[in-house]
Write a protein that binds this ligand. Structure first.
Ligand code: MRU
Length: 344
């Protein structure tokens, strides 16, 4: 069985998602440049996995620092935070590590290191538990035999264990639900084709790859009963940033009366961001559109490209938000806040 990001034998190890599905290669990340590069180049990707990797990455890349630890720790934190802008889990995890550091910074260095590792372990364990809980809540919304459409990869390859929106699919598989999953290929980086299909096929799930522009026809043909997707950042009003193309899927689903479920651990909900317009959208290398995956460039030379990595689905298209604390329904501006109030 594969893993996505693990701290094993004192090493931070990740599955290189960019090599899937052709090769299953694990990388050890030691320096802050290793960690930055892995996140930037999507060797590790998906909001929760990025957060877990950044937390362990901050620990491993500073654990041998003897001189001027405070400065190096803070610089490393800032550097890792600059790897990608949209998924809030990156900042959330690094903030947690920094808060823990503030609490223990007067202890001897060896104790500080132990505490930082413990915090990263807690972030990992909480993510695994959250995925499992979202899987159980998700199954309350899905019935055996359903056709499910998903976009990008918000599965075990994007988190610690079951994933977020694929958690109910994996759990359903264990329980004989017989879901039929349609996976958008997810241009331009093909997370759906390369990762969702790989992960679900490994688990024996009935999965069919479609091109992104086929979502409408499979919905019209009655093959889809629900859309499930993950999220990179959910604003306080319920607008959700996710992989580019998600908002189009949600708008089409509304036309066909198909529910759209966003799976969002509370680590991905950002109450400091009021709405989707305030979310920074990452723009990536034009080569991902122009030439990546092709033998020859497919866009004529000199023609401009635009490559936003995420879009924002307006909250009005989101039927429900599945979190590890339960299922949230509109009005999201009121009900998302309650998840955090109950904590205190
Ligand atoms: O660019 P990526 O591959 O990091 O984008 C991933 C997504 O958009 C996922 O759907 C999202 O991070 C949720 S992962 C549980």
């Amino acid at each position: 069985m594969f893993y996505t990001v693990e701290y094993i034998d004192d090493k931070l190890s990740i599955l290189d998602c960019q090599k899937l599905p052709a090769e299953e290669v694990y990388l050890t990340l030691e320096t802050r440049e290793d960690v930055f590069d892995a996140i930037k180049k999507l060797k590790v990707r998906g909001a929760p996995a990025i957060g877990v990797c950044a937390a362990y990455g901050l620990y491993v890349s500073t654990r041998n620092v003897e001189e001027d630890f405070d400065r190096v720790f803070r610089e490393t934190r800032e550097y890792l935070a600059s790897a990608r802008p949209t998924a809030v889990n990156l900042f959330w995890a690094l903030d947690r590590m920094e808060r823990r550091y503030e609490e223990v910074k007067n202890l001897p260095l060896c104790e500080i290191r132990k505490e930082l590792l413990r915090e990263a372990d807690r972030i990992y364990d909480e993510d695994a538990a959250a995925c499992r809980a979202m899987g159980e809540y998700g199954l309350e919304l899905l019935k055996p035999g359903m056709g499910i459409l998903t976009h990008c990869n918000a599965g075990a390859l994007a988190a610690t264990k079951y994933g977020t929106c694929l958690a109910p699919v994996h759990l359903g598989q264990e329980r004989g639900y017989g879901f039929r999953v349609y996976s958008d290929e997810t241009r331009p980086l093909l997370q759906g084709a390369r990762m969702t299909c790989w992960e679900l096929a490994q688990d024996g799930v009935d999965v069919t790859a479609i091109c992104d522009n086929m979502a409408s026809i499979v919905m019209k043909q009655g093959k889809i009963d629900a859309v499930v997707v993950g999220c990179d950042r959910m604003a306080a009003n319920g607008d959700g940033a996710n992989k580019i193309g998600t908002s189009g899927v949600a708008i089409i689903a509304r036309e066909y009366g198909i529910p759209v479920y966003f799976f969002v651990p509370t680590s991905t909900i950002d109450l400091d961001t009021p709405d989707g317009d305030s979310i920074v959208i990452e723009e990536r290398d034009p080569e991902e559109i122009r030439s990546m995956w092709y033998e020859k460039p497919m866009v004529p030379e000199g023609v401009k490209t635009y490559n936003p990595a995420f879009d924002v689905t307006d909250h009005k298209y989101i039927t429900a938000v599945v979190t590890e604390k339960g299922i949230v329904y509109p009005p999201y501006d009121v009900n998302l806040k309650k998840l955090f109030e109950e904590e205190n």
